[in-house]
Ligand binder design. Structure first.
Ligand code: CAA
Length: 257
């Protein structure tokens, strides 16, 4: 399997498992990621996902140049959305995703991390969009997400020059949440996922939806969206449980209902 998909309680763990190619995404890996992500999205028992890469060197070095790029070349011109739905594009996924960036995150690999909500980077990670060196641009959201996420001039530096940056620089410009020693990447990701699992899962999803959908709206439209989501949450059992638990001075037992 190119994607190792494990369920640990409420947490789904996706490991890109092609260490011999520095976890480059071939067509098989993209299909398997799609299938695993759809399962994660639709399984009510799963609340948070973590994506990481197998081995010590790479999170993912992007599209497989020998396998994925020829596939995209063949399909993209006739059918622009040739890739199966993934968190990068097409998949309506409001459950939170954490990128555990254990090493190189280049091209499509960085774009997978950008499609996550939280990014935990190893001290040894290097991040970049080298596509221009191939005569290409990032095609899994990099040209759109990077300038929305970090200062425009820093996005331009990454996108136009194609040179990777180290983890500390990525932290300095706000591209990753935290930098930790290599052995602490997955434990930190699990700890953050467990923290999210303490909260009401429907509220977490609504917060993500409000944040992501809202970024494409005017302030007025965004406030309406927020209001609609708040009204929906107030009708849920989890809201009743969360407020009762506060008043009764106990831990809430959220059910995602
Ligand atoms: N696709 C396919 N195979 C890749 C790959 C990729 N993106 N990146 C690395 N590999 C393979 C290499 O071919 C090599 O395999 P072989 O041993 O069979 O030759 C193996 O992984 C190890 O790589 P290197 O020998 O090159 O290792 P290195 O330490 O010398 O260099 C590297 C590491 C700097 C990451 C270099 O491999 C590199 O520049 N890779 C390409 C990265 C890249 O350009 N990514 C963007 C891809 S396009 C894209 O992602 C488009 C998009 O937006 C979706």
């Amino acid at each position: 399997m190119a994607i190792d998909y494990q369920k640990e309680g409420r947490i789904a763990i996706f490991t890109i498992n092609r260490p011999e190619a520095l976890n480059a995404m071939n067509v098989q890996a993209a299909r398997e990621l799609h299938q695993a992500m759809v399962d994660f999205r639709d399984d009510p028992e799963l609340w948070v996902g973590i994506i990481t890469g197998a081995g010590e060197r790479a999170f993912c070095v992007g599209a497989d140049i020998k396998d994925m790029l020829p596939f995209l070349k063949e399909h993209l011109q006739n059918r622009p959305w040739a890739m199966p739905d993934t968190p990068m594009r097409g998949l309506e996924l409001w459950k939170p995703l954490i990128a555990a960036i254990n090493g190189l995150a280049l091209g499509g690999g960085l774009e997978i991390a950008l499609a996550c909500d939280l990014r935990i980077a190893s001290e040894k990670a290097r991040l970049g969009t080298p596509e221009v060196m191939l005569g290409l641009i990032p095609g899994w959201g990099g040209t759109q997400r990077l300038p929305r996420m970090i200062p425009q001039c820093k996005a331009a530096e990454l996108l136009l020059m194609g040179k990777p940056i180290d983890a500390q620089e990525a932290y300095r410009i706000g591209l990753v949440n935290i930098v930790v020693p290599p052995e602490a990447v997955m434990p930190t990701a699990r700890e953050w996922a467990e923290t999210i699992c303490q909260a009401g899962p429907l509220a977490v999803r609504a917060a993500k939806e409000a944040m992501l959908r809202g970024s494409g709206l005017t302030l007025e439209e965004g406030l309406r969206l927020e209001n609609a989501l708040e009204a929906y949450l107030m009708g849920t059992e989890d809201f009743a449980e969360g407020t009762s638990a506060f008043i009764e001075k106990r831990k809430p037992n959220f059910k995602g209902k």
